[in-house]
Design a protein around this ligand. Structure first.
Ligand code: C5P
Length: 219
């Protein structure tokens, strides 16, 4: 049995107590990954941003709001896990300052100062240890699969991932899509067009294989 840590859902970066910046993300890919992990007899912990979907029973859920929360929660749980799968849609920036309450709307344009958020999966991948780290590259259909795979390979390298899952999605929130697993050994594994559950099963199996090949004495 392997313990798998999954980041999932969006993050919210609050401007004040009511307004926030965030990405559209249903959290369904993360839930599918947790379900696949549990079905294969593994432990699943989800570091989960605000979502409507219900995580699978049996998963340990660490609820978070912002990217900084997500990194802190994942870091705190990291030592107990052998595999990290980053399916979260983390906001790239957060407001430089958060105001209290709900400041009244002012007429005219407003300028917001943003500061970059940390890259959660790249930060986790740089931590000491031999765990397997999997990231996603979600690309729009118009980019085309070849360009998407090239971007996935760049992310694999830049974020020091063991596996990068390129996903050409039909629409945010849709279930069907095309997936290519970019492996660290240079192989690109295209999955037959499938739903998130089938893709999740293959991704978890590939990550567990990598861990078993690397774990001292096998697991
Ligand atoms: O660079 P990009 O956002 O396309 O990378 C996507 C991958 O990186 C996903 O696995 C996502 O969960 C992760 N990521 C992250 N923290 C960020 C941005 C992306 O963990 N701040």
């Amino acid at each position: 049995m392997v313990a798998i840590l999954i980041t999932a859902g969006p993050t919210r970066e609050y401007l004040d107590d009511v307004r926030f910046l965030g990405n559209a993300s249903s959290g369904r890919m993360g839930c599918a990954l947790a379900e696949a992990a549990l079905a294969l007899g593994h432990d699943a912990t989800m570091v989960l941003g605000p979502v409507e979907v219900t995580p699978p029973a049996g998963a340990t859920v660490l609820p978070v709001v912002s990217a900084l929360d997500m990194l802190a929660a994942a870091d705190g749980a990291l030592e107990r896990h052998q595999i990290v799968i980053a399916a979260a849609a983390v906001a790239d920036w957060r407001p430089a300052r958060r105001q209290a309450g709900k400041p009244a709307r002012q007429p005219g344009a407003m300028t917001l100062e943003l500061v970059p958020n940390p890259d959660v999966v790249a930060t986790l991948a740089a931590r000491p240890g031999s765990r397997v780290v999997v990231g996603f590259a979600l690309e729009s259909v118009s980019a085309g699969m070849a360009a998407a795979v090239a971007r996935g390979r760049r992310k694999l390298h830049d974020k020091r991932l063991d596996l990068c899952v390129v996903n050409l999605h039909d629409a945010i929130g849709s279930d069907a899509g095309e997936f290519v697993l970019c492996h660290g050994d240079g192989r690109d594994e295209a999955l037959p067009r499938c739903d998130k559950a089938s893709a999740a099963a293959r991704i978890v199996a590939a990550a567990v294989d990598l861990w078993r090949a690397r774990a001292p004495g096998g697991v």
